[in-house]
Design a protein around this ligand. Structure first.
Ligand SMILES: Cc1cc2nc3c(=O)[nH]c(=O)nc-3n(C[C@H](O)[C@H](O)[C@H](O)COP(=O)(O)O)c2cc1C
Length: 198
């Protein structure tokens, strides 16, 4: 159910179109290697409370659940940060369409369960190799490490992040007038949508 704070069309219909466009961009991020939404920035709350940012790859999207999947090394700082506080945000910007999306929500972590197994099984050898390094991400080294060769060794380090967003900030840059909308889902799934000042 959509509750709009705006009144009447065409503003309401434009909100529907804006949300559809955002979801299309997220679908493209998963499916299209050339999409700029393929590699958004994931923000977490660092251990000292400071913000922490890094680029990630979108690996899956369930629009009905508003859930995005990200693969990572369970030994990484971001994994520990999300285990301590699941609040997270995801940011992407496509310079061609001039669309910025900021998603806010919660992450759930999967290691060695059915969801992680399915993600590992679906991942490619080159991706699996990412997790096969001997040293946990962030470990100080005397020199860049030798690339791992045994992708299967990455299985134990593989982690799946399921990020469910309950707010979406939509901004479209336009010489004719920038447009910005805010979408927020309540716990029962009710959506409130409104245009806001850019
Ligand atoms: C294009 C690109 C894609 C990346 N994708 C991922 C990813 O999907 N998962 C991941 O854990 N790290 C990914 N990284 C590396 C992270 O940005 C980061 O450097 C690393 O995960 C350590 O992050 P942390 O110390 O905050 O945990 C990617 C980096 C780049 C440049």
């Amino acid at each position: 159910m959509i509750q709009r704070i705006t009144t009447g069309d065409p503003a309401g219909a434009m909100l529907d179109a804006a949300l559809a466009r955002a979801f299309d961009a997220l679908r493209a991020g998963v499916a299209d290697h050339r999409s700029t939404f393929r590699t958004p920035v994931l923000a977490t709350i660092g251990m000292g409370g400071a913000p922490a940012l890094r680029t990630v790859v979108l690996r899956g999207f369930d629009p009905a659940a508003r859930c995005l999947h990200i693969h990572t090394d369970r030994r990484s700082p971001k994994f520990a940060q999300l285990a301590a506080d699941g609040r997270a945000a995801l940011h992407g910007y496509d310079p061609q369409s001039r669309l910025q999306l900021c998603l806010h929500g919660h992450a759930v972590l999967h290691v060695g369960d059915a969801a992680a197994d399915a993600a590992w099984t679906a991942s490619r050898e080159t991706s699996r190799m990412t997790y096969a390094g001997t040293h946990p991400p962030g470990t100080p080294l005397r020199a860049p490490p030798v690339a791992p060769t045994d992708a299967a060794a990455g299985r134990a380090q593989f982690g799946l992040v399921s990020f469910t967003f309950d707010a979406l900030d939509w901004l479209m840059l336009d010489p004719a007038g920038n447009r910005r909308a805010c979408f927020a889902w309540a716990a029962d799934g009710t959506l409130t949508a409104t245009w806001i000042a850019p």
